[in-house]
Ligand binder design. Structure first.
Ligand SMILES: Cc1cc2nc3c(=O)[nH]c(=O)nc-3n(C[C@H](O)[C@H](O)[C@H](O)COP(=O)(O)OP(=O)(O)OC[C@H]3O[C@@H](n4cnc5c(N)ncnc54)[C@H](O)[C@@H]3O)c2cc1C
Length: 535
């Protein structure tokens, strides 16, 4: 009988994948396995067996077919810029499917107004490719878009750029090419097989089935988004509010009015952290971009000076600050939207403040991911709920109540927190508490942050006690959101999706899962499907 060791099996498996992708794109390097087995929030109990990186849809399909034959689970990973245990292995017999080589913009069709990208293409690369054509997708990226991928963004859905007007990432998608567990490629949307996709709807919405699926139904190999001409005009306004309730009432009315393309707000806690992290006045790179954006050098310098001087001033106030961007085809339309935004915010007890932050958000939409550690090297983790416009103020108050109940434990553990608020189209608000706590960083932090920024931060020691307090508070906050019937993006293995669905929905989801992935190998445990892997 042959003595077949674990190592020999892994080597044999690696060789089979190397036959598809080339040996350089299959890795059993322990550091790489570790990196792919942790996210910004948590580490997997066991590392992945191999990291495999295909470059084309054909290679991806062959890799998945091979993994299927070998009985391996598959954990797709875009940039790894998430924090809900969504792509980490659930068992040792898992390959991490590294989408970073599938990063191409495949076709821009300015006549048909479509763009097709590979699933691992970043939002920043998409926007850079579209810019010379004066085009963009309606939803055009999350703030992590420098590295985060369009495939990852559709699998767990995104908020931010364009979202206040056009909704989440999935609402800009026309068609997907999805690789199923048996290696078949399924193409969604209207049009005949082999023809370029141009429109989403023809019969049941199969594109929607894979949006927000956390990668449990298949792997997004190619994605077609619709395009629009980039609005020629934009303007900004910012407001301060005394309470979170006033802020949310104002955001709700601003959403109903549909005046913003983006809206985001910070509570005093988050503003304080942002100020500690970096003085805007010192950020010459950003200020240079502010100057460059204006046609007139004088106006550019004036705006940059305002940011340098007033940015600190705004953020030191003990207020909730709201930053709104309006865009449009004509200056008059944008002026009218800004005027209406001011009227609404002032009526809702807001006070107008310098619009520097709103302006900065548009100047550097995709900043380096240096905010994933706090200003003193602390760990960072957001948690969120999507609330209706009417429910948001009460949801917020109930979340605050959890923080009040946990206040002493949080203080003892050295945990601080803040809130981020954003909006989705004319009908939803996102409330996003953010934790900072003293705890050691992971290799995923080191891989995502700028080396120069990282070098300025202390390396903290392991602190399981503080993490336990954060974990408990996070879970109680999720319970509050869930009790109010909030929706969640980034469900992963952190939010109670399956538990909150009715029997008919669960039965449909399980039926689809067993049809598309009968051996339950894609991201087991994500969305509560496929068993195993829960936190
Ligand atoms: C600093 C920072 C800022 C952020 N800002 C925002 C923001 O403004 N708005 C927002 O919505 N989110 C934001 N996020 C959260 C996060 O970056 C996004 O959810 C992002 O979409 C994750 O993309 P990713 O490529 O890193 O996906 P990953 O984290 O790698 O994966 C996410 C999920 O998608 C699956 N997946 C990945 N690629 C594929 C594929 N091709 N096919 C099938 N499944 C796949 C994974 O298995 C996993 O379940 C932010 C995060 C950070 C760290």
């Amino acid at each position: 009988m042959l003595d077949v060791t674990e190592d020999a099996i892994t080597t044999a498996l690696a060789a089979r994948f190397a036959g598809i992708t080339g040996a350089a794109h299959v890795s059993a390097d322990p550091a790489k396995l570790q990196l792919h087995s942790e996210d910004i929030w948590a580490r997997a109990k066991c590392p992945a067996l191999l990291v495999v990186a295909p470059a084309t849809t054909a290679e991806l399909s062959a890799v998945i077919r091979q993994a299927h034959e070998d009985g391996l689970a598959i954990a797709p990973r875009g940039a790894g810029a998430s924090y809900t245990s969504a792509y980490v292995p659930a068992s040792a017999k898992t390959i991490s499917l590294d989408m970073s080589r599938m990063n191409q913009v495949l076709a821009i069709d300015a006549h048909a107004m479509t763009v097709t990208v590979q699933g691992g293409c970043t939002w920043a690369a998409l926007n850079a490719a579209l810019k010379p054509h004066g085009l963009r997708s309606p939803f055009w990226g999350p703030m992590s878009g420098l590295v985060s991928t369009i495939g990852g963004g559709l699998s767990q859905l995104n908020a931010m750029f364009g979202a206040a007007r056009y909704g989440t990432s999935s609402e800009s998608v026309i068609s997907l090419a999805v690789v199923l567990a048996n290696g078949d490629v399924l193409r969604t949307g209207a049009g005949l097989p082999g023809q370029p996709p141009f429109y989403r709807h023809y019969g049941p919405d199969l594109t929607g089935l894979f949006c927000g699926d956390g990668g449990v139904f298949g792997i997004k190999a190619e994605i077609t988004l619709r395009l629009m001409r980039t609005p020629a005009h934009e303007d900004y306004c910012s407001f301060a509010f005394k309470t979170g309730r006033d802020l949310l009432l104002a955001m709700a009315e601003l959403s109903r009015a549909g005046v913003a393309s983006e809206m985001c707000a910070f509570d005093p806690g988050l503003s304080e952290v942002r100020m500690k992290r970096a003085s805007l006045a010192e950020d010459f790179g950003t200020l240079r971009k502010v100057v460059a954006k204006e046609a007139s050098l004088y106006k550019g310098l004036q705006n940059a000076a305002k940011i340098a001087m007033a940015g600190r001033d705004i953020m030191e106030k003990n207020d909730f600050s709201l930053h709104l961007i309006a865009e449009g085809r004509s200056a008059a339309a944008v002026t009218a939207d800004i005027a209406e935004a001011k009227r609404i915010a002032l009526t809702a007890n807001g006070r107008e403040i310098e619009n520097s932050i709103a302006r900065l958000i548009r100047v550097t939409p995709f900043p380096p991911l240096n905010s994933i550690l706090g200003p003193a090297g602390e760990r960072w983790a957001p948690v969120h709920g999507i609330a209706s416009l009417s429910a948001a103020p009460q949801v917020f108050e109930d979340v605050v109540a959890v923080f009040n109940e946990m206040a002493e434990a949080l203080k003892q553990a050295g945990v601080s927190a803040g809130y981020l608020y954003t909006s989705l189209s004319t009908n939803a608000l996102i409330i996003e508490p953010v934790f900072y706590w003293p705890e050691e960083r992971f290799s995923v932090h080191e891989s995502l942050m700028e080396k120069t920024h990282l070098a300025r931060l202390p390396s903290l020691a392991a602190n399981p006690e503080a993490t336990a307090v954060v974990t408990e508070t996070r879970s109680r906050v999720i319970d509050v959101f869930a009790r109010h019937g909030c929706g969640f993006f980034q469900i992963g293995r952190s939010y109670p999706y399956r538990e909150s669905r009715d029997a008919a929905t669960i039965s449909l989801l399980e039926g689809i899962k067993s049809l598309l992935d009968p051996a339950q190998k894609f991201n087991p445990g994500v969305l509560g499907l496929g068993g195993g892997g829960e936190e």
